[in-house]
Design a protein around this ligand. Structure first.
Ligand code: Z5A
Length: 219
């Protein structure tokens, strides 16, 4: 059994994470790897309850610190209950958003102190880091347009001002610039098939780095 690893798909709202993650899951399975697809906020029973509180559009009064701590609480449960056991069992975890989102949204966009946001992330992660963040980069105005086309009501985060979402976008780009080993940025304004192909190339790179899936193992 190969070593487990974790890929995060993150980035601008409406950038196509859902579709890319489905393709990554199928690709991992084709390579003989067991994929565990999860999301943040969420991924556990407790995390999904916290998600409902965080994204409910009817509570715009939520304080910035309460928001930060709720994202942290959901992540702490996620890491302990779901992610670490899966990785220890040699599985490939694929998460829709993770800790980079807290830096982008709660620090770069919301303006909370960097040290404080890092502290909450560190508490939740307890020394763990994902192996790769695939950032789908898109102008949030286009992302929101895509969400509108789905005919859904905007959640509490999507309902923020466009400038807020623009700052979050810049936050991802800045994190990627500072840590190129852990981040890859894909232009999500291109046709979806191209975005997916690039994402699968990154996944293959990661599989090789982790000793290949069972299909690659020589007897
Ligand atoms: N948040 C935070 O503040 N702090 C944190 O620590 C964490 C999160 C973890 C919830 O995330 C919110 O919480 C999020 C960040 C914040 N808020 N925002 N804004 P979420 O991931 O649940 O919400 P989301 O990013 O808004 O998800 P989404 O709208 O579902 O985005 P998506 O999964 O990337 O999009 P999609 O469903 O795959 O695609 C959207 C539509 O566009 C769909 O109809 C596709 O068919 C279409 N699409 C996708 N790609 C293309 C291309 N390339 N061309 C044309 N059309 C496309």
């Amino acid at each position: 059994m190969g070593k487990g690893f974790m890929i995060v798909c993150d980035g601008s709202n409406g950038a196509g994470k859902t579709t890319v993650i489905k393709a990554i899951e199928a690709h991992l399975n084709d390579r003989g790897l067991q994929a565990v697809v999860t999301r943040e906020p969420g991924g556990t029973v407790i995390g999904e309850k916290i998600r409902d509180i965080l994204l409910c559009p009817d509570t715009p009064e939520m304080s910035d610190i309460a928001e930060l701590m709720l994202f942290g609480a959901a992540r702490a449960q996620h890491v302990k209950e779901k992610i670490l056991p899966a990785i220890q069992a040699g599985k490939a975890v694929v998460s829709d958003r993770f800790d980079a989102a807290t830096l982008s949204f709660q620090h770069y966009a919301r303006g909370l102190d960097l040290g404080l946001v890092r502290q909450i992330n560190a508490l939740a992660l307890d020394g763990f880091r994902p192996d790769m963040n695939i950032i789908l980069d898109l102008d949030p105005a286009i992302g929101l347009e895509r969400v509108h086309q789905r005919g859904e009501r905007l959640d509490r985060m999507e309902a923020q001002k466009l400038e807020f979402l623009q700052r979050a976008r810049q936050g991802y780009l800045e994190q990627a610039r500072l840590d190129p080993a852990l981040f890859r940025v894909l232009d999500a304004g291109r046709p979806l098939a191209q975005v997916v192909a690039d994402a699968l190339g990154i996944v293959d790179e990661l599989i090789r780095r982790h000793g290949g899936g069972p299909l690659d193992e020589t007897p």
